[in-house]
Write a protein that binds this ligand. Structure first.
Ligand code: BES
Ligand code: ZN
Length: 406
């Protein structure tokens, strides 16, 4: 006969052994209590208990198990003998290990419900559609922002200078050289105060494109694609700077080069981050935000090349602070820079101006300019989303694929 560590269990077992013609089972403690079956050994960590039952009790358990649903499972350990203390220890241990694994897996679908923050609400209210308009006007007034032009870096240098002149000195502005294009990307970094190695990314591509067989250097205003997303990224930074916002995690803002020829700048950046083992917690991509093709303040939360928990996270933020109407859509291919990050294992999200069926048909033409269809209220919605995403994700310790929220 086996010796149990716990006296009460040992007593129970000696009692049950005396009349043992029963099954040894592992069941939910709650289920055994409901069915009035004597518990021989209970494990608090798993909520499971060991019991020995006859045929009649087994019938009872089945009945109650059904009523209890998923909490009401039981499992036969042996048909004809009691289990030893050592055997029981290892049974409970293996269940504990399984539960831990299940929790980890379940956590991958876990999405935090951020609490309402006055600071974020104040910042969101500061988003200025006039300032966004001014920046889209400015960016689309360059003849072209095509990455292949001999002076492809003229708009890049102008934007970098402007950011240096208008952001506080703790916003570190750098130009990033590439090997696949002569155009440089811009990165603006605000160092985190607590966990600086954890990086929250917000970005959009700054280049534009119009292809013409007649003209080697056609006018390429790219107002919607993607002066709009770039202006939203700028707007986000200006608001954080005005707020004096100090993140726990580091923030990095990107204006990517050469997106229109195959995600050139972002591919090199994401590759080098991956090779350096950089810990990027989330990437938001803003590409085309000023055409309200599916209705004003209706945006697509793109479902391909994006992380499902980060998608739910921004939908929660939208409910708390922005009030846009969320729909779902997909490109069907790696249509923008978020795909560069996603392919290298980083969690991404891409709120987009409309459903894929309704996007601005003037992109990639000389007519992608500010016109009567340009909607800066709509573009401002994306800056509001970006402000709340950046502030919440950089203050929180939650990350896609984890349980902890703060
Ligand atoms: N902004 C577009 C992507 C886009 C267009 C998204 C329409 C949703 C609707 C982007 O700048 C672009 O043109 N991407 C290229 C792909 C890239 C890998 C060259 C494209 O879509 O052809
Ligand atoms: Zn684009």
């Amino acid at each position: 006969m086996s010796i149990f560590k716990i006296t009460t269990v040992s007593l129970c077992l000696s009692f049950s052994l005396a009349s043992f013609a029963q099954k040894a089972i592992l069941a939910d403690q709650l289920l055994l209590d409901q069915a009035g079956i004597k518990v021989i050994y209970a494990d608090d960590l798993t909520g499971l208990a060991y019991a020995e039952i006859n045929d009649q009790e087994e019938g009872l358990l089945q009945k109650y198990a059904h009523a209890l649903g998923k909490c009401g499972g039981f499992e036969a350990l042996s048909q004809d003998r009691s289990l030893s203390a050592m055997e029981l220890d290892s049974v409970f241990f293996s269940v504990q290990v399984m539960n831990t694994k299940m929790m980890r897996l379940a956590s991958q679908g876990f999405v935090p419900q951020p609490e309402f923050s006055e600071d974020i609400s104040t910042a969101v209210a500061m988003v200025s559609k006039e300032r966004i308009k001014k920046h889209v006007e400015w960016l689309s007034s360059f003849h072209s922002r095509n990455h292949k032009r001999s002076n492809a870096n003229e708009p890049i240098q102008a934007v970098a200078d402007y950011l240096v002149a208008n952001l506080p000195s703790n916003y570190e502005v750098s130009l990033i050289d590439h090997s696949s294009t002569r155009q440089k990307s811009i990165r603006v970094r605000l160092q985190g105060a607590v966990r600086q190695d954890e990086i929250v990314v917000l970005g959009g591509h700054i280049d534009s494109i119009v292809q013409s067989i007649f003209d080697p250097d056609p006018r390429s205003p790219g107002a919607d694609d993607n002066a709009s997303g770039s202006a939203d990224v700028m707007e986000t930074m200006f608001i954080l700077a005005e707020m004096g916002f100090q993140p726990a995690r580091s923030l990095e803002f990107f204006f990517y080069a050469g997106e229109e020829s195959g995600l050139l700048g972002s591919a090199e950046i994401a590759e080098s981050y991956k090779n350096a083992g950089k810990d990027v917690v989330g990437v938001m991509q803003l590409d085309m935000t000023s055409f309200a093709g599916s209705g004003e303040l209706v945006f697509s939360n793109m479902t391909d090349f994006t992380d499902p928990t980060l998608r739910s996270f921004i939908e929660n933020l939208n409910n708390l602070y922005v009030g846009g109407t969320v729909i779902h859509s997909k490109c069907g291919y790696g249509c923008s820079d978020h795909a560069s990050w996603y392919r290298r294992g980083y969690p991404t999200v891409m709120p987009f101006e409309s459903h894929m069926d309704d996007y601005n048909s003037k992109i990639h033409s000389k007519n992608d300019i500010i016109d009567s269809n340009t909607n800066f209220e709509h573009a401002a919605m994306f800056a509001k989303l970006a402000v709340s995403y950046v502030m919440e994700l950089s203050s929180n310790s939650w990350r896609p694929g984890s349980l902890a929220t703060r």
